[in-house]
Design a protein around this ligand. Structure first.
Ligand code: M6R
Length: 580
């Protein structure tokens, strides 16, 4: 979370470059933004800070050194004062930060003579560096303070002559352009300027001035710095004729599915690993965690194999049984989610083989993994994940079918589900009508059994994050064990009822909620008497989960639009979650 972009060099449009870079990394946080730049006439730092989204353009005066930031607030509210960059008391140093300083209260005790302006943990750092900088080089001052900081952070500091940066956990990438150097949280944001990159590793410090020097932050021993020419294409998502990225990305899903079955090299490689592993673990967060949970059901049903699923942030507390024979399949659209990256780090220390199923080339997870499986879903800009989720589910199903020796059947069901998704997109007007009917609801419940239970969880998440309606996903058999108390007259209850072994029991649950006054929404092959609203989805076997998820995405989308909310940038969220 939080995006960092910096430039130093001969070009005199440093701040403009930084602003353009921030536009590419705004997905990392959009509570506020700020750019500090050093004017060519050498009068010190000038700063522009604003609350809210970046404007599409902003005109800056000439400058040749600049650092900028997009914030996802952790410590301190969303205000201009709390926005980064932060300056030292004497105004000589500027700093941007991504992460959390876990011991900031303890560090703050050292700051007797400083006047703090913001409520952030970040501002403490710049004042501590300011004190050290009086008798040291910037490099020494930054290293000393960074070594005292607990938690995962990346910081970029400048005195207007050079930039010093270091990181632990949060990503930082360096680029060498014809005119100077850039530094950013995401390689994609650098690619318009250069493809000569260095990925800063944890515990490294870089000094950028006319040259680049790399050090170990713990002792400032110099390390050889080598740029690699990266053959990646810059991806700039555009909305085209669509009103929102979310809708565009929903429309792209049939093609994303066709892409998955065109090249199966990675799938086949991973099936081999699955066969050799003693203990397989699927790991992800948010929507990716629901795809992993669905993977656990799919492996049981299709491959008759037990795999373990865990939410990323909980895995560290249950991973004692990992060995060098285990296989960890880490699933993440961004490849930067810290709750996935951290357990993967620990697993690697145990010698566990790691597969990254990710949409982001060059991401931290991608670089850490022994086996890399790219989703190739194309850039996903809307914060609510859609096409990446669909690609994740499709691949986990393919792994399961492949493991069972039925890859051809797997390919066929994915193809059929892509066709059914095309039909659902054509029938989106029906889903819009449902949104118009239920958009004022305070609470909704989403139910499913078996493979449809993780679908219910994902559907509830989509509704929550886009429309801010309280939505709870349940295993439909579990509802009566307490939560049915929440069903009131008119409460929308959405049930996924595919043509599988779960149908009779889910229909019984539909009757139970109907008897308590619920407005019953059935999604599946056939209308039942208990349904007040029915959305037909053709049976496509185990992969019926895919069109069912698309139904929920469209419902979330239309609920947001009806409520005049921006589905692409829901409040309080960020696309890449890099803090714990
Ligand atoms: O980039 P990742 O797939 O690791 O992200 C995981 C979650 O943060 C993400 O799925 C989140 O739940 C989305 N907003 C869901 O739409």
């Amino acid at each position: 979370m939080c995006g960092i972009f910096g430039y130093i060099g001969q070009a005199n449009d440093a701040a403009q470059k930084v602003f353009n870079g921030l536009l590419d990394i705004e997905y990392r946080g959009y509570d506020s933004w700020g750019v500090a730049y050093w004017k060519m006439d050498n009068v010190g730092w000038k700063i522009e800070k604003r609350v809210g989204f970046l404007p599409s353009s902003f005109k800056f005066p000439a400058s040749n050194i600049s650092i900028g930031h997009t914030r996802w607030a952790t410590h301190g509210g969303v205000t201009v004062t709390n926005a980064h960059p932060h300056l030292s008391c004497d105004g000589k140093l500027a700093l941007v930060h991504n992460g959390i300083v876990e011991n900031y209260l303890e560090l703050k005790k050292e700051l007797k003579s400083h006047k703090l302006k913001s409520e952030t943990d970040t501002e403490i750092i710049i004042h501590l560096i300011e004190d050290r900088f009086k008798n040291n080089s910037l490099k020494h001052a930054v290293a000393e303070i960074f070594n005292k900081m607990a938690g995962l952070s990346a910081i970029v500091v400048s005195d207007g002559r050079e930039i010093v940066a270091c990181k632990r956990g949060s990503p930082l990438v360096l680029g060498k352009t014809k005119s100077g150097f850039v530094i950013a949280s995401d390689p994609n944001a650098i690619l318009p300027l250069t493809n000569k990159l260095i990925f800063l590793e944890d515990g490294q410090l870089v000094v950028l001035n006319k040259e680049l020097k790399l050090y170990e932050v713990k002792d400032l021993n110099e390390i050889q710095a080598e740029f690699t020419n990266i053959d990646w294409k810059y991806t700039q998502g555009t909305k085209g004729q669509f009103p929102h990225f979310m809708l565009k990305e929903i429309y792209e899903q049939p093609q994303v599915l066709y892409n998955q079955i065109q090249s199966l090299d990675s799938v086949e490689k991973i099936i081999k690993e699955l066969k050799n592993a003693f203990g397989t673990y699927f790991l992800g967060c948010g929507s990716a965690s629901y795809t992993c949970f669905l993977g656990e059901y799919a492996f049981s049903k299709i491959a008759k194999k037990h795999v373990n699923f865990s939410i990323g942030s909980e895995f560290n507390y249950t991973e004692d049984f990992l060995t060098d024979k285990s296989l960890l399949i880490a699933v993440s659209q961004s490849g930067e989610t810290i709750d996935v990256v951290e357990p993967v780090n620990l697993a690697k220390k145990k010698g566990t083989k790691v597969v990254a199923l990710t949409n982001t080339l060059g991401s931290t997870l991608y670089r850490m993994a022994d086996i890399k499986h790219l989703l190739n879903a194309g850039p996903e800009k809307a914060v609510a994940s859609t096409k990446a989720v669909i690609a994740m589910v499709a691949n986990l199903l393919l792994y399961a079918y492949g493991f069972a020796g039925k890859l051809e059947e797997g390919i066929k069901v994915i193809e059929n589900s892509a066709k059914e998704i095309e039909e659902i997109i054509k029938k989106q007007g029906e889903i819009k009508k449902l949104a118009d009917k239920i958009y004022q609801a305070q609470h909704t419940f989403v139910l499913g059994r078996g493979l449809s239970y993780p679908v219910a969880l994902e559907a509830a998440l989509k509704i929550k994050e886009t429309s801010y309606i309280h939505a709870e996903g349940f295993a439909s058999g579990e509802l009566k064990h307490g939560c049915i108390a929440l069903i009131d007259k008119g409460t929308p209850v959405i049930l996924f009822v595919p043509e599988d072994e779960t149908r009779p029991a889910v229909l019984a649950n539909a009757m139970e909620v109907k008897a308590r006054g619920a407005y019953v929404v059935g999604v599946g092959v056939e209308k039942a008497p208990s349904f007040d609203y029915f959305f037909k989805v053709k049976d496509v076997g185990a992969s019926s989960v895919l069109p069912h998820i698309v139904f929920a995405q469209l419902l979330g989308y239309f609920l947001a639009v009806k409520k005049r909310l921006n589905p692409d940038k829901p409040r309080n969220l960020a696309k890449s979650v890099t803090v714990k």
